[in-house]
Design a binder for this molecule. Structure first.
Ligand code: RFL
Length: 368
């Protein structure tokens, strides 16, 4: 098979890119390791920044998101019995997050490709990228003008960068997070970050009936270390009560690390999304950055500027990474030490406004 743009991976990055390029008349082929049903049911992120949604909307990819998503403009820190609210919508002149589960967006993006008759090749893992422009799968080989590696944190594309060239900067935190979805009787009204002597706990909105919960745990813990009763008890203690919880789902431990691979481009091969950079989920940046990367690449492929892709994305990445790391450090400090900083961040003023802008992605980035 021959194509102009071969995309590895049908996550947010690959699917946005395939939709935008396809609609602009560029021939794309997407290969995806997993079957469609699996990809459409993987619950991961859920917070979209406003400019991400504006981009999707401008390309006709946000109809359901706009109809069914909800908007959130504040988050709360719970620390030593005090609830400190950061009203980031007020601090930024109205910028809010859209809450829409990642798997719903993925489903919408696949449906849009299906409507256009350009479904990805599902259950077709790429085994290697050869000579930077050929995607080799078991029963398929695709020769491409460009190969875009959107294959997430465990894909093959970054290994196609020559080892002499490839630089990976990784950071491992001394703890992990247990992530779980839980049925709730009322939707989470906003993001809640709880700092507690027993460790951090977080609650993030997802749907009207389900919220995402995080618990700091020991590095290397596995879900088996966290049976139902332990999860419920720790959430109750660290969230100082917290919401009434129904069933728990999708329990997994997330290794708290970050990784940036460079270069992001080499000849006709480009990396985008988690394939290029993994961040911790603390700042809810991963899905937004992935779509931003795709937007930049689509623009450059259509209008020029490919040579500057890596530099542009690394600048955006550095910003998201700085924010995520600052937040990670703050969330894992002993509550007594963190209280003063939390007060400053939640008291209207320049420091709170700067933090709010970074959180909600209301920054002076290029508008696509
Ligand atoms: P994705 O979404 O990982 O998509 C990559 C796709 O590539 C496929 N793939 C291959 N296909 C063909 N051949 C191969 N050899 C392949 N290898 C892999 C995979 O099956 C997959 O379909 O990357 P993308 O598009 O860059 O999007 C990035 C986001 O998914 C990611 O940043 C976020 O979901 C990260 N993340 C979270 N971010 C948040 O902001 N808040 C969260 O609460 C949050 N929770 C999460 C997360 C990531 C998780 N994973 C990946 C461990 C929870 C989890 C469990």
């Amino acid at each position: 098979l021959r194509t102009q743009v071969g995309i590895i991976g049908a996550g947010p990055a690959g699917l946005v890119l395939a939709n935008v390029l396809g609609r602009a008349g560029i021939d794309c082929q997407v290969v995806e390791r997993h079957p469609r049903a699996r990809v459409e049911s993987r619950a991961r992120a859920g917070l979209l920044e406003e400019r991400t949604v504006a981009y999707l909307r401008a390309h006709g990819l946000a109809d359901r998101l706009l109809a069914e998503g909800t908007r959130h403009g504040w988050c709360e820190f719970l620390c030593q019995g005090q609830r400190l609210r950061m009203d980031y919508a007020a601090l930024t002149g109205g910028a809010r997050h859209w809450v829409y589960p990642q798997q719903w967006l993925v489903r919408d993006l696949i449906a849009a490709l299906e409507t256009d008759g350009r479904l990805p090749w599902f259950a077709t893992p790429a085994r290697a990228v050869e000579e930077l422009r050929r995607i080799r799968c078991d029963r398929l080989q695709i020769d491409c003008d460009y190969v875009i590696g959107c294959d997430g944190g465990h894909g093959v594309s970054r290994h196609a960068l020559h080892p002499v060239l490839r630089r990976e900067v990784t950071q491992r935190y001394p703890y992990d997070w247990l992530a779980v979805l839980a049925e709730v009787d009322a939707p989470a009204p906003g993001v809640l970050y709880a700092l507690h002597e027993r460790g951090f706990a977080g609650m993030m909105p997802r749907t009207s009936a389900i919220s995402r919960f995080y618990l700091q745990c020991a590095a290397g813990d596995t879900p088996a270390d966290w049976p139902d009763h332990r999860v419920r008890e720790e959430l109750r203690l660290r969230l100082e009560g917290g919401p009434a919880l129904g069933g728990l789902y999708e329990r997994r431990t997330l290794r708290m690390h970050s990784r940036v691979t460079r270069p992001l481009q080499h000849g006709p091969l480009f990396l985008a999304g988690d394939a290029a950079h993994l961040l911790t989920p603390s700042g809810a940046k991963g899905m937004n950055l992935a779509i931003d990367d795709a937007a930049d690449l689509a623009h450059a492929l259509l209008h020029g500027g490919l040579a500057g892709y890596g530099q542009r994305r690394l600048a955006a990445l550095r910003r998201a990474q700085d924010f995520s790391e600052r937040l990670m450090r703050l969330l894992h400090r002993p509550p007594g030490d963190a209280l003063e900083e939390l007060r400053r961040l939640t008291r209207p003023g320049p420091e709170a406004a700067a933090f709010a802008r970074e959180f909600v992605g209301h920054v002076n980035c290029k508008e696509w």
